[in-house]
Design a protein around this ligand. Structure first.
Ligand code: ATP
Ligand code: MG
Length: 245
């Protein structure tokens, strides 16, 4: 049984249908990446999975339970947590306060978890009273991830965690993501840095216009000429048309 199973998901905004029956799954322990053109519905898919956009038809099951109609807080508490693409920290609050906000649906004492986050992210732990607004882009992204980790998720959804970061920072964010996965958290990513994301992913999906386009192992998608041409900024290798006839 898959940890997350999304079947024939239909969702949208107002009159507009954006996802026309999308199906994806994540198995326990996996890193799975979704790529696809701007506006194809990647963020909408993540929001529908975590209850922030209504599921019009189809089903989302998590650990075998149907969560399609549950409110976001219930879904988060069940171990399915999400870091949005934008506005994912509170800039006017301190690092510590942001982590406290992350734990808002916990009813237990989360001070130990906060200490674990400060150990895992020393840049944050060394100055917990700093306002999030004065962090660099990369540190802010780490804070957003740490905030979601406060709930000790089983599955973490990250919407473009490397967007807008310098190439060096992109590498270190991806390294963190691998570490989180090694620590036992399954991951579903949406990424524009498709090559790097797919190379650390067990599997990947290509979406286009609100529909499944392709699905394969991460490496197989990297090796796919069409994927390379459309989504990876050109092929690493020479394409067939470049080869001598
Ligand atoms: N809150 C909203 N209200 C109405 N339409 C929306 C809303 N959010 C997104 N859309 C529209 O839904 C479509 C899919 O958007 P979505 O953000 O899911 O795409 P995406 O694949 O994540 O794109 P990007 O790569 O730019 O992040 C787009 O046409 C977008 O304009
Ligand atoms: Mg998006």
């Amino acid at each position: 049984m898959a940890l997350l199973e999304v079947s024939n998901l239909v969702a949208g905004y107002g009159e507009t249908e954006i996802l026309h029956g999308v199906s994806i799954s994540v198995d326990e322990g996996e890193i799975v990446t979704i790529i696809g053109p701007n506006g194809c519905g990647k963020s909408t898919l993540m929001k529908a999975v975590v209850g922030l956009v209504d599921v019009r038809s189809g089903r989302v099951t998590f650990s075998g339970a149907d969560v399609s109609a549950l409110p976001p807080q219930r879904i988060a508490r069940s171990g399915l947590c999400y870091v949005p693409q934008t506005d994912n920290v509170f800039p006017s609050l301190t690092i510590r306060e942001n982590l406290e906000m992350g734990a808002f649906v916990r009813n237990d004492d989360f001070s130990e978890r906060m200490d674990e986050m400060f150990d895992m992210f020393p840049d944050l732990g060394s100055r917990p009273s700093l306002r999030a607004g004065s962090l660099s882009g990369g540190q802010r992204q780490m804070l957003a991830i740490a905030r979601a980790l406060m709930l000790d998720p089983v599955l973490l959804l990250l919407d473009e965690p490397s967007a807008g970061l310098s190439p060096g920072m992109v590498g270190s964010v991806f390294e963190r993501i691998r570490g989180i996965n090694r620590a036992g958290v399954s991951l579903l990513l949406v990424e524009q840095n498709a090559r790097q994301a797919l190379s650390m992913s067990d599997r990947g999906y290509v979406l286009s216009s609100g529909e499944n386009r392709l699905e394969d192992e991460g490496q197989a998608l990297l090796d796919n000429a069409e994927v390379a041409r459309l989504y990876l900024g050109g092929s690493r290798d020479r394409t067939e048309s470049d080869s001598p006839k």
